[in-house]
Design a protein around this ligand. Structure first.
Ligand SMILES: [Cu+2]
Length: 461
């Protein structure tokens, strides 16, 4: 940990204070410090299961749950014990750019045996998660992710505050990661890698303790590579949505919650008394995801965050900086040719030889693809057109955007999100205040689509 004295000593050694990234000065206030190591390990998905060989943070699936409070500085001393480079991305955190964890854009990848210290202020309370961001299509599918929950200042720990981190793993008959299909061109050009084994918090059909009475908050987080999951509760219990992607929203009631990769939805039940189970229903077949057990008659009041406002109001779109993003490509699409590394080639050629299949505005995406340079403080409107045959979960790093969401029953709703699920043919406007400087990735969170070219950079300065 870098103390005030370290900084002062460095200054007298001739380094100007301005050369230090701002974040160092906050280090003396570090309130939560974690050590997280990534390594191969074994994990049992259920009692008596044959251990599965996974890639894990601190040996557990999911990685350690990080609980912190809004306003705190979070420090994570990360060590890479894998045989390949990696980084950690803090999904949904309106982060300092240098701490965003995108290798080749915001930091160098952490090489095997090396370490990297992430240290950043927690500006917002909400439901977040963290995951590997190098070769994420493989590293996340092998288990490198965990929950990050930021509480409101002054909120007590709530027994009824339940994390449901869901994932679909693709396992073979030995209950090991199906490695032969990793990187399948079919997945990359179609709907991504879909698993065959559902877990909640790393376990198959876990029994989760809830208080015998009082409200229950369910924090759904999807760590799936590509599957769009859908959940309902026993007896069709109504779910009151109180936050999406971490940000509080005007509450609304639904029967089913849809969850695209990386999305979060917080559900409030005024009383957990009749809550028994949660079911995954996206395949048309009801699969039990988890059940609930009542312990201790601990009643607790509603956490203050449940009545909170969105982080910022929807800005006025008049005069917003317009950025058009035309998404094309993939199987059965209308993209015949695209620019790759400065040269225009047929999509067939690029797919076969470069394994790239998706484009923004006629260009195959990468960290070198500059989508837009915008001025700090500008209101920006991304006009996103999904001109493909596939659904895409579009994620903007570093900020949340307002979108007229078509994702839930009951018509369009203005929501503040960081990941929006777009239907084939859908056009959507993502409206945000560009108040966070840096180079920010905008990409599809179907991790195979991102790997195959669906991503680019929005620079704010
Ligand atoms: Cu996609």
């Amino acid at each position: 940990m870098i103390s005030r004295r370290t900084v002062l000593t460095a200054t007298t050694a001739g380094l100007a204070l301005s050369q230090f990234p701002k974040v160092l000065f906050a280090s003396q206030d570090v309130a939560k410090s974690y050590r997280i190591g990534a390594a191969e390990g074994e994990h049992s998905f259920y009692e008596g299961a044959k251990p599965s060989k996974l890639w894990l943070y601190n040996g557990s699936a999911p990685g350690p749950a990080i609980f912190a409070t809004k306003g705190e500085i979070l420090e994570v001393i990360f060590v890479n014990h894998l045989d390949e480079p990696t980084t950690i991305h803090w999904h949904g955190i309106r982060n300092i750019n240098a701490m965003d964890g995108v290798p080749g854009l915001t930091q160098d990848a952490v090489e095997p045996g090396d370490s990297f210290t992430y240290r950043f202020p927690l500006r917002d309370a909400g439901t977040f998660w963290y995951h590997a961001h190098n070769k994420a299509w493989e590293q996340v599918s092998r288990g490198l992710y965990g929950p990050l929950i930021v509480k409101e200042e002054g909120s007590q720990s709530e027994k009824g505050d339940i994390v449901l981190l869901v994932d679909d793993w693709l396992l073979d008959e030995e209950e090991q990661i199906h490695t032969a299909s990793l990187g399948s061109l079919h997945d990359w050009s179609h709907g991504g890698r879909h698993g065959n084994f559902l877990t909640v918090n790393g376990r198959s059909q876990p029994k989760i303790e809830i208080p015998a009475e009082g409200p229950v908050r369910l924090r759904f987080i999807s760590a799936a590579n590509a599957r769009i999951m859908r959940f309902s509760l026993n007896d069709g219990l109504l779910m009151r949505v109180v936050a999406v992607d971490g940000a509080p929203c005007e509450p609304f009631d639904i029967d089913e919650v849809a969850l695209a990769p990386a999305q979060r939805v917080d559900i409030l039940l005024e009383s957990g008394a009749t809550l028994q189970s949660v079911w995954e229903i996206s395949t048309g077949e009801r699969v039990m995801a988890a059940s609930f057990e009542r312990r201790n008659a601990l009643s607790s009041g509603l956490p203050p965050s449940l009545r909170a406002m969105p982080w910022y109001e929807k800005p006025n779109p008049a005069g917003a900086r317009q950025v058009d993003i035309h998404m094309q490509g993939g199987a059965m699409g209308n993209l015949m040719s695209a620019e790759f590394d400065g040269t225009t080639r047929t999509l067939q050629d690029i797919a076969r030889n470069e394994k790239k299949l998706w484009a923004f505005n006629g260009k195959i995406g990468s960290y070198a693809l500059d989508i837009a340079d915008v001025k700090l403080g500008d209101v920006v409107q991304l006009n996103v057109w999904n001109d493909t045959r596939w659904r895409h979960a579009m994620h903007l790093h570093g900020q949340h955007f307002w979108v007229s969401s078509q994702e839930f029953e009951g018509g369009a709703r203005d929501l503040l999100r960081d990941t929006y699920l777009m239907q084939p043919g859908e056009r959507a406007e993502f409206l945000f205040v560009a108040d966070n400087p840096g180079d920010w990735l905008f990409h599809c969170h179907m991790l195979e689509h991102h790997a195959a070219g669906m991503g680019g950079v929005i620079s704010i300065s």
